[in-house]
Design a protein around this ligand. Structure first.
Ligand SMILES: *Cc1c(COP(=O)(O)O)cnc(C)c1O
Length: 799
């Protein structure tokens, strides 16, 4: 296979860009805008992807390889241009060529919209997986929805979150190819007729799923896969007969359904909305994907019983769990396979990744809604449930897919998958013991672990050139595709010269971030302060509240003792709340209120600043992660399935302050306790603690600091214009506090004091930071994907 294109010279690249400027954009260099330059560069890069893309597809067909199909309602891919230049090995040449043309390369990169077709970690994982599968030469397709509007844009007004629609497709998307020939009818509703001893679904409405392909290029351009996103189109022009009768609204019905289906991403992260449109979106994605998979299979094969030898389908959470019944329907109803055989064939193809134990996140559809939208699937689900019960006579009566007039998607996905995986060691254990204990007993060995990872190309090479450069200078190249090689940094961590260079790289990133914060937030921050960063969706279980309470305690302590030996600190927050999540929105408001007071306090000055840039997304993460000193991973133990933000920080040399939750457990194990600020209850202790109905009051009364902090908030110190603004919030901490903020507060304060002491000792800190990078190799998504390929998909690399 071809490695990085050696034939491209700077002159050729320049003429490629100018050719696209003239012939694709229709612009003269004299009048071209930054958009025109960005598009021209994108097309020039895209041209270089075509050869490896076609070659990969040809190879997969020629060698009749097994393919992986990754079904996900979310792909949080972010910007693609810089990623393409890095993976093609053309980054430096592109930057230099644009400079020669009098253009600002960084500004051009920043002109690309951030494709936010996802909410947070789950969608970003899917994006990292796509990149790793391409890098590893794993023949794969990603299947998702081409949302016209991605995750909303966040603004703050008076410190409160305001949502505005996102419009990434408002401009031409240079990375996608329309595939009008790949289109499938997606039926909904209607009724079932019995004819010839068969159940026949007569749908009441339908839409067309139409494909848009984006190539995903792996490291060094050795392999490229396809991300195929489905857009909805109306089936007919519209119903002309009805239109002529004057029934205008009804005539446009199918058009309206099509318009809404792929219009907008649901902005709920780890909560399930129960809305009919969402169920339709899930079926739309899944049915289109499965029809496409069968078409591709049948183009070369005829024996559908051998499907699992050629096809592995992964369900990213339960969102595409309708894949089980839909694949049975296609095999049994449409292709005439016997029901049990269809079921077993489907199961041999399917894998299910569980992402959460939070009960509010587990999808359950009212049988009324489910049966109305998907009447044939309702029948099939019931038949699967009966089959499973017959197969397992010991199955307890309270286990079942359909229970209490609800279809439980977790149970459905479990029964229909040959492997079920959790996303960190701790999480997978909890999936076995707490989430599916009975199903685990019936199917021992089905639940396995695949700890998450992130792609080191985007999350080190691309986002952190100073550190990436230092690593290459120290251990040579090749670590980008073999992150375990970072271990080779360890001997250098003893050397003063290396530590100095490591520190200088971090400082360079911090200076750049300080400048950006100055423009973005209007707050001047000291680049020598400890940059303490918590960026992730705002959720009670992630405990941004714990962090802001500690911030208040710190502020108060500095004011009590202004001459103390304080370590200057910048608290950086980032993240969006689901629009309907009132408690999370209150926490956002509080953080902004506290920032307003602290940032304007001359007594604390540079010793403490709080910044919260609006609209956290992938691009912002790429900016913040390399400049972070301290990574906040402080979720209530037992609630964060894995986390991937924690891994990005570790790779970029930021020690963690964190609980024993999700992949923090494995980070601690890899980096060693002396390089990790551990605090808080364990998952088991947390469960026990909740059995005391007064746990929060007990914890608050025992704390020397927390009562005062809560009192300051309750009195309106941070909301002078409305002193009762946080009454409810404070009341909840005192009397409810399911997420154990109070119980962990003192331990968190102590761990934060330990970070101050460690940071004050420069050499100790830099060494700790460098060891985090050196020991982060395990958290490459290449390692994760190798695990899936071997343990779940049984697929070989084509490289
Ligand atoms: C990595 C990432 C996440 C996931 O962060 P966690 O801390 O694991 O919750 C969410 N959003 C964006 C934009 C990310 O890049």
């Amino acid at each position: 296979m071809q490695v990085t294109d050696q034939s491209l010279t700077p002159n050729l690249l320049k003429s490629d860009i100018l050719r696209h400027l003239t012939f694709t954009l229709g612009k003269d260099a004299d009048t071209a805008s930054i958009y025109d330059w960005r598009m021209s560069l994108s097309y020039a890069m895209r041209d270089r992807i075509m050869e490896p893309w076609f070659a990969s597809t040809r190879r997969t067909w020629a060698e009749d390889r097994k393919r992986v199909y990754y079904l996900s309602m979310e792909f949080l891919i972010g910007r693609l241009l810089e990623d393409a230049t890095v993976n093609l090995g053309l980054h430096e040449m592109a930057a230099k060529t644009l400079a020669d043309l009098g253009q600002d390369f960084r500004a051009i990169i920043g002109n690309e919209p951030d494709a936010a077709l996802g909410n947070g970690g789950l969608g970003r994982l899917a994006a990292c997986f796509m990149e790793s599968m391409a890098t590893l030469g794993c023949p794969a397709y990603g299947y998702g929805i081409r949302y016209e509007h991605g995750l909303f844009v966040q603004r703050f007004e008076g410190g409160q979150q305001v949502e505005a629609p996102e419009d990434w497709l408002g401009q031409t998307n240079p990375w996608e190819f329309t595939r009008p020939e790949a289109a499938y009818t997606i039926p909904f509703k209607g009724h079932i007729e019995h004819s010839g001893g068969k159940d026949v679904w007569v749908p009441g409405e339908s839409v067309i799923a139409s494909a848009f392909d984006t190539p995903v290029i792996g490291w060094q351009g050795k392999w490229a896969n396809t991300l195929r996103l489905w857009g909805a189109k109306p089936t007919g022009m519209f119903d002309l007969a009805r239109f002529n009768r004057g029934d205008y609204a009804a005539a446009a019905e199918s058009e309206t359904l099509a318009r809404t289906l792929s219009r907008v991403l649901y902005p709920d992260d780890t909560t399930y909305a129960g809305k009919e449109l969402r169920l339709k979106q899930e079926f739309f994605l899944t049915s289109a994907a499965l029809q496409d998979i069968l078409r591709r299979y049948l183009a070369r094969h005829s024996d559908l019983k051998a499907l699992h030898k050629h096809v592995a389908i992964q369900m990213n959470d339960t969102h595409p769990a309708i894949a089980g019944p839909e694949l049975i329907r296609l095999l049994h109803d449409e292709h005439g396979m016997e029901f049990t055989e269809a079921l077993e064939t489907a199961r041999a193809c399917l894998g299910y990744t569980n992402h959460t134990l939070l009960p509010e996140a587990l999808e359950r559809w009212a049988t009324f809604t489910f049966g109305n939208v998907l009447p044939r699937h309702m029948q099939i689900v019931e038949r699967i449930d009966h089959w499973h019960k017959d197969e397992h006579h010991s199955r307890p009566h309270y286990i079942g897919i359909v229970k209490h007039h609800e279809v439980r998607m977790g149970e459905l996905a479990f029964v229909m998958a040959h492997k079920v995986n959790g996303v960190s060691a701790l999480h997978s254990d909890l999936v076995k013991t707490n989430l599916f204990p009975e199903l685990n007993k019936l199917h021992p060995g089905r639940i396995i672990n695949q700890t998450n990872g992130v792609t080191p190309r985007r999350w080190l090479k691309m986002c952190n050139p100073p550190l990436a450069g230092l690593i290459t200078d120290t251990i040579g190249d090749g670590w980008e595709a073999d992150l375990d090689r970072l271990k080779e940094l360890e001997p250098h961590v003893k050397k003063a010269g290396f530590l100095k260079a490591f520190d200088a790289a971090k400082r360079k990133n911090k200076v750049a971030l300080s400048n950006w914060i100055g423009t973005e937030c209007g707050v001047k921050v000291n680049p020598d302060a400890l940059f303490d960063v918590q960026i992730k969706r705002i959720h009670e279980y992630k405990r941004q509240l714990l962090n802001i309470l500690e911030t208040i305690a710190r502020w108060d302590a500095i004011r009590q003792n202004p001459g103390g030996d304080w370590v200057p600190r910048v608290k950086i927050f980032g993240g969006k709340s689901a629009p309907g999540y009132a408690v999370a929105k209150e926490i956002i408001h509080l953080i902004n209120d506290v920032a307003e007071v602290i940032n304007n306090d001359p007594e604390t000055g540079d010793l403490l600043k709080v910044v919260y840039p609006a609209n956290y997304n992938v691009s912002m993460a790429e900016r913040l992660v390399p400049a972070t000193d301290l990574s906040e991973q402080i979720s209530t133990a037992g609630k964060e399935a894995s986390g991937t933000g924690n891994m990005k920080f570790m790779i970029n040399g930021a020690p963690t302050i964190g609980t024993l939750d999700g992949a923090n457990v494995e980070i601690l194990q890899e980096v060693g306790a002396e390089n990790f600020f551990l605090f808080g209850l364990t998952a088991e202790e947390a469960m026990k603690r909740r059995q005391d109905p007064d746990h929060s009051r007990h914890a608050i009364e025992a704390s020397p600091v927390l009562p005062d902090v809560l009192q300051m908030i309750a009195e309106g110190r941070f909301s002078p214009g409305q002193t009762d603004r946080y009454h409810d919030l404070v009341h909840r901490v005192w009397h409810h506090d399911y997420f154990l903020v109070a119980a962990d507060f003192d331990a968190y304060l102590a761990a934060q004091a330990a970070t101050d002491a460690a940071y004050a000792d420069r050499k100790r800190w830099v060494k700790m930071a460098a060891l985090n990078t050196a020991r982060s190799g395990f958290f490459s998504s290449d390692r994760t994907i190798r695990g899936y390929m071997k343990d779940i998909w049984s697929v070989e690399s084509a490289l």
